[in-house]
Design a protein around this ligand. Sequence first.
Ligand code: ZN
Length: 327
Amino acid sequence: MPEPRPALAIDLGGTKILAALVRPDGRLAAEEYELTDAWEGKDAVVARICNIARRTLNAAGLEPGELAGAAIAAAGIIDTNLGLVTVSPHLPGWSDVPLGEILHERLNIPAWLVNDASAAALGEQRFGAGKGMKNLLYITVSTGIGGGIILDGQLYEGTNGAAGEFGHMTVDPAGPRCPCGNIGCWEVMVSGSAIAAEAARRLGSGESSLLQSMIRGKPESVNAQMVGEAADRGDGLAREIIARAAEYLGIGLVNLVNIFNPQMIVIGGGVSNLGEMILQPARQLVWERAFKLPGQTVRIVKAGLGQASGVLGAAALVFRKTGEDLA
Ligand SMILES: [Zn+2]
């Protein structure tokens, strides 16, 4: 039997571009990164993507023909039928960019494009916390909220590839306006930015908290990690803020559990690093409020892949498309 071929996987983020050669068993053979510097515009970023792709191949001593294929995971609305980045929050000025085709032409390898949270869902299902799960939802809770859906073993991307935007379901009609235009989105109630904004508002009104000494008079400098640390040390205000975020997290999870009846929900992103402090009350709320059967069936767990979820997920997509077996 021929040796299973590796995939070239690229994670195009707002801050940096990560590339890696990933073997079908999940081992990383070469890793390279560059700053995205998205402000330089589309052509410069595309050139950097091709550059880092070539460098990764060289570092591993491989020719394009020795790969199963390549995939790029990117934030934003990806038209997977046409292989276009239609719009991305991290890439100002990008509109309908055929990134998959560009990579295919310049490197001469089959290349696919996938939403970063969809990629992470595939990565967790093949290599991470959700190994072997047929019905899995992945949710990344960081500055925003993204989602990926695996149903009956298949990635569900919707009609255009835009499915899984869990972060933009309304969980509070009286909540703040979301940058997407909707009101009270899950993302503006639970994300790292939402936790920081709530903390800044309450610190700004002079409430007493350990956080006051951490922010040195600048409420806007508070972040979710600081709130987590203060809560760990028993701070009342920080605990209230985490409890509120956990409640909204749970409200969204109840909706998803009732709609999808998944086996597992994997939660990644920076806010998941708050760990059981936020996950356990959210699980409890699912237990209390979701329909009994799906609520008791679902396992809600922290992601297993961390920073590598984008490249491992992009690689998992390539292996699905080309049928490379697990080594
Ligand atoms: Zn929104």
